[in-house]
Design a protein around this ligand. Structure first.
Ligand SMILES: [Ca+2]
Ligand SMILES: [Ca+2]
Ligand SMILES: [Ca+2]
Length: 227
């Protein structure tokens, strides 16, 4: 407790999925991890930041399109329309679960930042379920490349492929990268602490995504309206 180093304590501190969807995301991620990653080093990930940034900005246009009443957030009804329009064939229950999973501040709306995370989770889950068929993929190819990069980055960091990035794994990834890159390493460690909401030394994919949307700096416009 209290945010101290937790190395070697993983067994007692591992987060346990609390919802059906969370479990599904974890299982899907583990299956994805068994396929490996194209990332070669931590620096490869850092070099992708500008591209991820550009990709996520495209998400903004999609978000605005589906925020039909321009309230600044997507309500459950709007999210339903969104899924139908993008031809994402999730059941009402699945959409509802995703909504709750991504509505982090529980204001019954999906803000832009939450929407990025939601779409990326959809990407992960869908990619897993269609396994090779191109007929029912998300109709947003630009974003798919961005989401794949995010998934790939997570897989790279999660060395033991348990579906969580531990603090030890983060340190390992940074140490592995070229020396003399100290400042990015320090920044990454600081970010890790921010990612790890419940301070248990583990970061799941959702936490990772939320942090990532901050790392790449898209928060500038939205931050002001949040508590
Ligand atoms: Ca709205
Ligand atoms: Ca919200
Ligand atoms: Ca791990």
């Amino acid at each position: 407790m209290g945010g101290i180093l937790t190395k070697g304590d993983d067994s007692s501190l591992t987060s346990v999925p609390t919802t059906k969807l969370e479990l599904k995301i974890l299982e899907t991620m583990r299956r994805r991890e068994s396929k490996g990653t194209s990332m070669k080093s931590f620096n490869t990930i850092l070099l992708k930041f500008p591209k991820i940034d550009a990709g996520l900005r495209k998400c903004k246009a999609i978000f605005e399109e589906f925020d039909e009443d321009k309230s600044g957030s997507i309500d459950p009804k709007e999210l339903n329309h969104c899924f139908r329009k993008l031809e994402i064939d999730f059941t009402d229950e699945e959409i509802n679960d995703l909504f709750e999973e991504c509505d982090i501040n529980k204001d019954m709306g999906i803000a832009y930042k939450e929407f990025n995370v939601l779409l990326c989770l959809v990407y992960l889950l869908k990619k897993d379920s269609v396994s090779g068929h191109s007929s029912s993929r998300m109709e947003i190819p630009d974003l798919e490349a961005t989401f794949e990069t995010l998934v790939d980055s997570f897989v790279f960091l999660d060395k033991n492929k348990d579906g969580y990035v531990s603090k030890g794994e983060m340190v390992h990834a940074i140490n592995e990268s070229t020396s003399g890159e100290g400042s990015s390493g320090r920044i990454a460690m600081k970010r890790f602490e921010e990612m790890d909401w419940d301070k248990n030394g583990m970061v799941n994919f959702k936490e990772f995504l939320f942090a990532f949307t901050k790392w790449v700096g898209i928060e500038d416009e939205e931050e002001a309206t949040e508590e």
